[in-house]
Design a binder for this molecule. Structure first.
Ligand SMILES: [Zn+2]
Length: 147
């Protein structure tokens, strides 16, 4: 719904905001940029979709966020599994962005991958994340080890 408090949203309302995306420091921060277009987000998605065995599922350059979300039903996996995993990754990107903006954290692909690995394990235990995900969790275990 484009209601997240990203820089473009804050600027439209005359509120204090950072000048650029906290991940890359090169583009205006919109929700689409932060979640799928930014070079950091693209690296995260590439790792996640490669682990899922669907590398073509990662966002394409210039692909609008709603179109990309709709496309997640087409990978031959249960739509619920793909949507849940995408929500988890977006949630971790958002939390990492907030840690940078509000807590002075530094940009870290490794930290995001570590958080995705640990959070996905918890979501699976809570049965929020279901389906055939063995290959994903083998790769996630590697992300968790690399911190
Ligand atoms: Zn960026």
């Amino acid at each position: 719904m484009n209601n997240c408090w990203t820089s473009d949203w804050l600027a439209r309302r005359g509120l204090p905001h950072q000048d650029a995306c906290p991940f890359c420091d090169q583009h205006e921060e919109t929700i689409s940029h932060m979640l799928i277009e930014c070079v950091l987000a693209r690296e995260v998605w590439a790792k996640v979709f490669t682990a899922m065995g669907v590398p073509h599922g990662a966002p394409h350059v210039g692909e609008p966020l709603p179109d990309w979300c709709a496309r997640q039903d087409t990978h031959g996996r249960p739509a619920r599994t793909m949507r849940t995993l995408c929500l988890l990754v977006m949630w971790e990107l958002w939390k990492h962005r907030n840690a940078i903006v509000f807590d002075g954290a530094t940009v870290s692909l490794q930290q995001i991958m570590h958080r995705i690995a640990s959070e996905s394990k918890v979501w699976r235990q809570a049965e929020l994340l279901r389906g055939e995900l063995d290959a994903f969790f083998v790769e996630a275990l590697e992300w968790a080890r690399r911190e």
